[in-house]
Design a protein around this ligand. Structure first.
Ligand SMILES: [Zn+2]
Ligand SMILES: [Zn+2]
Length: 270
């Protein structure tokens, strides 16, 4: 079966380890046939304390040019120009509209911030010991559902339950009710989701989303793709085959593969 990863980073953002060229070369060596470069879309000056979290605005043009340029050297691969775009809710101050993303083949929709806190960064993780996980999970799901059902041009909702990253789970609220809401919102917005394999290698020890949440998406008819969320070349193809098997276990029989220029092809899981 073909290998794909629709979620990767490079040194264009402040916290990845290999250049775009090195990531593409690693993908080629691993036999990946379709890859999306999905750099963290720039945050505004109001998020200055989190400047490590995204690409600076000054690099946006060079980034797009670099992705287009590298395609010519890897004609055997589909290389999508993409970005990972934070849902900032009421803190959105970038003046972006759906038209701002017309040049991108894929836009990942991500919730990394809850009311100004970058909850999934190891640099900001201490706060987890001071808060009520129930409240934070509820707030996360509210934001995720808002994002999924919004007018933002998200192709794929990334790492749907990344809120579990450090292993903190709600104690009172039931996950099942939250999962139902997330599946409904993904349908309302016409979004795909991804199996993001990076979660397996964090404290929670699981892919994003969990098997139960992925089953909800499958039952609701939400298409699913696969991303490794690689921030280093050696992780470019990590657990892609396992992710296909995981999707199969959740009931999927096809992997969605977003295309250069828009649209999607469906690849049977063998
Ligand atoms: Zn992310
Ligand atoms: Zn990412």
């Amino acid at each position: 079966m073909e290998l794909i990863t629709m979620h990767t980073h490079s040194t264009f953002c402040g916290h990845a380890f290999n250049t775009l060229e090195e990531m593409v070369e690693a993908a080629s060596q691993a036999g990946i046939t379709a890859m999306a470069a999905t750099e963290h879309f720039p945050l505004s000056p109001a998020f200055k304390e989190y400047s490590f979290a995204s690409m600076p605005m000054s690099k946006l043009h060079d980034y797009a040019a670099a992705v287009r340029d590298v395609r010519g050297r890897y004609p055997h691969m589909q290389i999508l120009l993409g970005c990972e775009l934070d849902w900032l809710g009421e803190n959105e101050d970038r003046g972006i509209t759906p038209d701002s993303f017309a040049d991108y083949d894929i836009v990942l929709g991500s919730v990394h911030f809850i009311d100004g806190w970058l909850f999934n960064s190891s640099r900001c993780k201490d706060r987890w010991t001071d808060i009520d996980p129930d409240e934070i999970w509820e707030r996360y799901v509210d934001l995720w559902c808002e994002a999924a059902a919004s007018a933002m041009p998200y192709t794929v909702m990334a790492h749907p339950d990344v809120i579990k990253k450090f292993g903190y789970y709600p104690k009172r609220a039931k996950l099942s009710g939250m999962y139902d809401r997330m599946a409904e919102a993904a349908v309302a917005g016409g979004r795909m989701v991804e199996v993001n394999t990076s979660g397996k290698f964090t404290a929670c020890g699981e892919y994003y989303p969990s098997l139960d949440l992925l089953k909800r998406f499958q039952q609701a008819g939400v298409k699913c793709t696969v991303g490794t969320d690689a921030h280093r070349a050696e992780h470019i193809a990590r657990n892609i085959r396992e992710a296909y098997a995981f999707m199969h276990e959740a009931g999927y029989r096809e992997v969605a593969v977003p295309l250069v220029g828009g649209g999607v092809r469906m690849m049977p899981i063998e």
